[in-house]
Design a protein around this ligand. Structure first.
Ligand SMILES: Cc1cc2nc3c(=O)[nH]c(=O)nc-3n(C[C@H](O)[C@H](O)[C@H](O)COP(=O)(O)OP(=O)(O)OC[C@H]3O[C@@H](n4cnc5c(N)ncnc54)[C@H](O)[C@@H]3O)c2cc1C
Length: 336
C-alpha cells in the first residue's frame, strides 16, 4: 500500500519536482487509522489533497498522506435547508456540481475551485463574495498523534480570510476526514460581486438560480485564470493585503486607480493590482513568471524548481514593498 520514493510532480499543480519518502493513499477511515498507528512518531506527516495550493520546496521526509476518502450524501433536511456530507478526498467541484444539480443553493459561487473537499476548510476557500465558512456546518478530523476523531462546528474553526485553526494554531495536528455543509432549498444567491451583478442586471429574480450563477462563475473563471493542466500554477500566489484606513487613503491619493474593498478591520487592497502596477504582469524570471492575463497568478512555464518559484515570489514581494509600502503574504503553503 505504501509507495517509497514517490514522484510528487503530478501531486502539485505547480508541477514542481519532488519526492515523498513514503506515500500512502488511504481509502477508508480504518485504513487511515492503521497508517497513523503504524507510523513512527519521530517522523513528520504531511497531508496533501490535489496539491493546488502548495509549493513543495524539497523532498518530503516521513509520511505523506493523500486522502482518497470518497462519498457525498444528503444527511438530513427540513423544508428550508438540506445538510450534505462529503469525504475529504472528494474533488471539490464534483461536490459543487452535484449540489447545484439537486437545486440546492450555497456552493455555486465556489464553482471550479481546484482541490479536495478536505482541503476546503484548511484555508476557508472563497470566491466571488462567498467563503466556505458561510455554508459549513462542521468538520470531522482525526488527530494525527492519537487517531482520535472529533467534530468542530464552523464557529470553532477560527475561520478568517484564507485562514482557519487548521492553518494556524492547530497546524499539523489534524487530518480533516470529512465536511458537512448546510445548504438552502430556496435560492438566496449572492451576486454582489461586480461581474455577477452586471451579468444578472435587468434579469428576473427567478433567473438567478444556483445553476445560472454556477454557469456564470465558471465562464468568468475560465476567461481569467490559467488552467493548471495547461499552464502549471497554484492560483492566487498572494493574499489581498489588508491595511489601515489611513494607509489606504494615502495610497488612493497617489494611485487613484487602486482597487480596494472596505473591511471591518481596515481596507483590503487588490494584490493583483499592486503587482500589475509594479510592472510584473506577464514578466518572466527564467522558467517562472507572473501570468500575462492575471498578475496575481505565478506560473511555471516548464522545468521550474521551487527555488525559481520562491525567488520570483521574493522579488515581487520586495518590489511591491518598495513601491507601495505594502507587505504581500504568500497564499500557497510551503512544504515540508
Ligand atoms: C487555478 C487555481 C485557482 C484557485 N482559485 C481559488 C479560489 O478562487 N479560492 C480559493 O480559496 N482558493 C483557490 N485556489 C487554491 C486551492 O484551489 C484551494 O486552496 C484548495 O482548497 C486546495 O485544495 P487541495 O486539495 O489541492 O489542497 P493542497 O494544495 O493539497 O493542500 C493545501 C493545504 O491544505 C492542507 N490539507 C489538504 N488536505 C487536507 C486534509 N484533508 N486535512 C488537513 N489538511 C489538509 C495541506 O496540508 C496544505 O497545507 C486556486 C488554485 C488554483 C490552482
Amino acid at each position: 500500500m505504501a509507495e517509497r520514493n514517490a514522484d510528487l510532480t503530478a501531486f502539485n499543480t505547480l508541477a514542481l519536482p519532488a519526492r515523498a519518502h513514503c506515500l500512502v493513499r488511504p481509502t477508508t477511515l480504518d485504513e487511515l487509522e492503521q497508517v497513523l498507528a503504524g507510523h513512527d512518531p519521530q517522523e513528520p506527516i504531511h497531508v496533501i489533497g490535489e496539491g493546488s495550493n502548495l509549493v513543495i520546496e524539497d523532498d518530503l521526509p516521513g509520511l505523506t498522506v493523500v486522502l482518497a476518502l470518497d462519498g457525498m450524501m444528503k444527511v438530513r433536511e427540513t423544508s428550508e435547508h438540506v445538510w450534505v456530507a462529503a469525504g475529504a478526498g472528494v474533488h471539490w467541484d464534483d461536490l459543487v456540481a452535484w449540489t447545484v444539480e439537486q437545486g440546492w443553493q450555497g456552493l455555486e459561487n465556489l464553482s471550479l475551485i481546484p482541490g479536495t473537499a478536505g482541503a476546503a476548510p484548511y484555508q476557508n476557500i472563497g470566491a466571488y463574495g462567498v467563503e466556505l465558512a458561510q455554508v459549513l456546518e462542521q468538520v470531522t478530523v482525526m488527530e494525527l498523534a492519537t487517531g482520535t476523531v472529533s467534530h468542530f462546528s464552523a464557529e470553532n474553526c477560527d475561520f478568517g480570510y484564507r485562514d482557519s485553526r487548521f492553518k494556524s494554531r492547530d497546524k499539523g495536528r489534524y487530518v480533516i476526514t470529512g465536511i458537512e455543509l448546510k445548504l438552502n432549498r430556496q435560492p438566496h444567491c449572492n451576486i454582489s460581486y461586480g461581474p455577477l451583478k452586471q451579468h444578472f442586471a435587468g434579469q428576473d429574480a427567478d433567473a438567478v438560480t444556483a445553476a445560472a450563477v454556477r454557469k456564470q462563475v465558471i465562464a468568468i473563471r475560465q476567461s481569467k485564470l490559467p488552467d493548471p493542466a495547461v499552464l502549471a500554477n497554484a492560483g492566487s500566489f498572494f493574499k489581498n493585503p489588508v491595511v489601515d484606513v489611513q494607509k489606504a487613503e494615502s495610497l488612493k491619493a497617489a494611485y487613484p486607480q487602486l482597487v480596494s474593498y472596505p473591511q471591518q478591520d481596515g481596507v483590503k487592497l487588490a494584490a493583483g493590482w499592486l503587482i500589475e502596477a509594479a510592472g510584473w504582469k506577464g514578466k518572466r524570471l527564467g522558467p517562472v513568471g507572473m501570468h500575462s492575463e492575471q498578475a496575481l497568478v505565478l506560473v511555471n512555464h516548464g522545468g521550474a524548481t521551487s527555488a525559481d518559484v520562491l525567488a520570483l515570489a521574493a522579488a515581487v514581494r520586495a518590489d511591491v514593498w518598495q513601491r507601495f509600502g505594502v507587505q504581500l503574504e504568500q497564499e500557497p503553503v510551503v512544504l515540508p
